[in-house]
Design a protein around this ligand. Structure first.
Ligand code: S3P
Length: 456
């Protein structure tokens, strides 16, 4: 899909964004391995979450029909003619998925390979789950996922007792699970996916499993396990967990703050006042609001409830006082890892140079985002460079141009939003990639007033 964005519009109104993908992966895994039924609402129909649901369908007996049906419906909804924003709220927000868990010990050998599609989170978390399962399973992914590093999750799981074979450190992975023994693992690279995988293995291991993070990352696995009553100890960056079988649960997935970030950035670039409701307000996901505040964007958050340990509420973009440049330090980076693309677009419109320090992890995301952001900003008529592992974005505005997503969902959405404030209309190719995390993105922004046309 190719779009044309005409600058000069404004966004307005209150919106609910698609459910949180990080949370949905984890809750689907926990529901499928609970010792009883769970009811989940607001599971996003994004490609990545569908990958997790279809893999779990292959691994379960009682949960399989519901997971299969959900994954098939989600796929026809996103790819079929029904993928408009307007029909989304009733289907996505109120659709309930009932998952019949039978306990972790009842996972079954999958008939074929487990296809994780584009989703690193599916592959890494499922590897942690399968580390304790007494059979062999193969996990594969698309071209982008097949290039991503997997030793960071395979190596600690081997130390716990699982057999995990990678292909030169990458997918496909072949996992033969078995009895696990708790270990203490100090992660070299901050990664919520690796931490989550080790905690999922830890609840099946004997003894205590301790994970020590170099810097804080999103804590959805810890929050869910804690809310389910797991024996979890958290002391700063040190998390300990012991064997535990959880029961079923009812929960509604909050809106995805990383998807909301595109709406918020769009409002900032067009001087608009908007609100996002029903969104997850987990502090490990909201650091981008602090970066935005340094750039002159004033936002207010308000918590109205909790779902399985996750605060939920609203984010209001109050005003933007001319965009200031900022420097995002290396220790902040893991907390804004998914928002770097859209923050970089704001940087391109700021009055001076914005830097993202120590951003090498961007090279092993769904694409080499460090290189692709530099190319995309240049293609849209701005200036950016990669200096060693730093991303340097020169401010001053974008002239407009034609950028390609390269199949990366967050780049597609960032380039679209960055074009809102360009000097002339711009085009973005490969916009369909947005459905990996935010199906209905174009319709959602159009419904708020953005001038986006689908031209091919
Ligand atoms: C995620 C963790 C992050 C993030 C990804 C989702 C998760 O990856 O980039 O989009 O759900 O745990 P890393 O843990 O590899 O940094």
């Amino acid at each position: 899909m190719r779009i044309r964005v005409t600058p000069g519009g404004r966004l307005e109104g209150t919106i609910r964004v698609v459910g949180d993908k990080s949370i949905a992966h984890r809750w689907l895994i926990l529901a499928s391995t609970a010792s009883g039924p769970s009811r989940l609402t607001g599971i996003p129909r994004s490609h990545d979450v569908r990958s997790t649901a279809s893999c779990l369908a292959e691994l379960t007996v009682k949960a399989r029909p519901a997971l299969d049906l959900w994954a098939r419906n989600a796929s026809s909804w996103v790819e079929g003619g029904g993928s408009t924003w307007n029909d989304m709220p009733p289907v996505v927000s109120n659709g309930t998925l009932e998952v019949e868990g039978e306990g972790r010990d009842r996972l079954v050998h999958p008939g074929g390979r487990l296809d994780c599609g584009n989703s690193g989170t599916s592959m890494r978390l499922l590897t942690g789950l399968l580390a304790a399962a007494p059979f062999t399973a193969e996990l594969t992914g698309d071209r982008s996922l097949s290039a991503r590093p997997m030793e960071r999750v395979a190596a600690p799981l081997r130390s716990m007792g699982a057999t995990v074979r990678t292909t030169d450190g990458h997918p496909p992975l072949v996992v033969t699970g078995g009895p696990l023994l708790g270990i203490e693992h100090r992660m070299e690279v901050p990664s919520a996916q690796v931490k989550g995988a080790l905690l999922l293995a830890g609840i099946a291991a004997s003894g205590e499993t301790v994970v020590v993070e170099p810097t804080a990352t999103r804590d959805h696995t810890e929050r869910a396990l804690g809310a389910l009553g797991a024996p979890l100890r958290r002391e700063g960056l040190r998390i300990g967990i012991a064997r535990f079988q959880h029961q079923g649960f009812d929960a509604a997935v909050p809106g995805d703050p990383s998807s909301a970030a595109f709406v918020i950035a769009g409002a900032a670039l067009t001087g608009s006042e908007v609100s996002v409701e029903g969104v997850g307000l987990n502090p490990t996901r909201l650091h981008f609001l602090q970066v935005l505040s340094r750039m002159g964007v004033v936002t207010e958050t308000s918590v109205v409830g909790q779902q399985l340990g996750e605060p939920v509420g609203s984010i209001h973009v109050a005003s933007t006082a001319g965009l200031r440049p900022t420097t995002v330090r290396a220790d902040e980076l893991p907390l804004v890892i998914d928002e770097v693309p859209v923050l970089a677009m704001l940087g391109a419109h700021a009055r001076g140079e914005t830097r993202f320090l120590g951003a090498s992890e961007l090279r092993v995301k769904e694409s080499d985002r460090l290189t692709a952001l530099v190319q995309g900003i240049r293609a849209l008529g701005g200036h950016a460079a990669a200096e060693a592992d730093d991303l340097v974005v020169e401010g001053g505005g974008l002239r407009g141009g034609v950028a390609s997503s390269g199949g990366d969902h967050r780049l597609a959405m960032a380039f679209a939003v960055g074009s809102f404030a360009a000097d002339r209309p711009s085009e973005v190719e490969g916009m369909e990639a947005a459905a990996v995390s935010f199906p209905g993105f174009v319709e959602a922004l159009r419904s708020m007033g953005a001038a986006i046309e689908v031209i091919g």
